[in-house]
Design a protein around this ligand. Structure first.
Ligand SMILES: [Zn+2]
Ligand SMILES: [Zn+2]
Length: 174
């Protein structure tokens, strides 16, 4: 039997999510940081961790994409932080998927690609979604940023906020 994720119940003063990035400009990163901070302000300190170099081991030449799982494992190996989000400009894939917007390990970290995300709004939305996973949230069927999106269309139509149910789970409902 699979046990449900244990939700992080962080002490807001000491728990953080560090943002790392590759080939993304400062302005974009700051916008994403602000969007994350406004959603998760009672749960996490969103801090900038700095630039990171992509690793060759994660690159698949045939696909011209990066393997999300390898990148995320690498991130967690080299950065010993509470939780981390790595935002990259190159396209990402997982073994059984043509592409993914992002990929997360519960309570540890996530990687996100802006490759297919054409607007600021979409980049912010998918960042919020991935950090939701990091905090222990699953996909959600409500009108909620945690809705699963398998296509750009689905990503566009979902809202950029967490539903009440998800907010309650990660204890940011005030
Ligand atoms: Zn998801
Ligand atoms: Zn929800």
């Amino acid at each position: 039997m699979i046990s449900p994720p244990r939700f992080l119940k962080p002490d807001s003063k000491s728990f953080s999510c560090e943002i790392f990035y590759s080939q993304i400009n400062d302005k974009e990163i700051r916008q994403i940081q602000q969007a994350l901070a406004s959603i998760y302000k009672n749960a996490l300190n969103i801090v900038l961790g700095g630039e990171l170099e992509l690793i060759k081991d994660a690159y698949n030449q045939q696909r011209d994409q990066y393997n999300a799982n390898i990148l995320l494992r690498h991130l967690l190996e080299i950065k010993k932080v509470d939780t981390a989000l790595w935002i990259i400009k190159k396209d990402l894939y997982c073994t059984d998927m043509n592409f993914v917007f992002g990929y997360a390990f519960y309570q540890k970290g996530a990687v996100l690609s802006t490759y297919r995300l054409s607007s600021r709004k979409l980049k912010e939305k998918e960042s919020i979604h991935e950090v939701g996973h990091v905090l222990g949230l699953n996909h959600c069927r409500n009108r909620c940023v945690m809705q699963f999106s398998n296509s750009l269309f689905e990503a566009k139509i979902k809202p950029s906020f967490l539903c009440e149910n998800c907010r309650r789970k990660i204890m940011i409902l005030r």
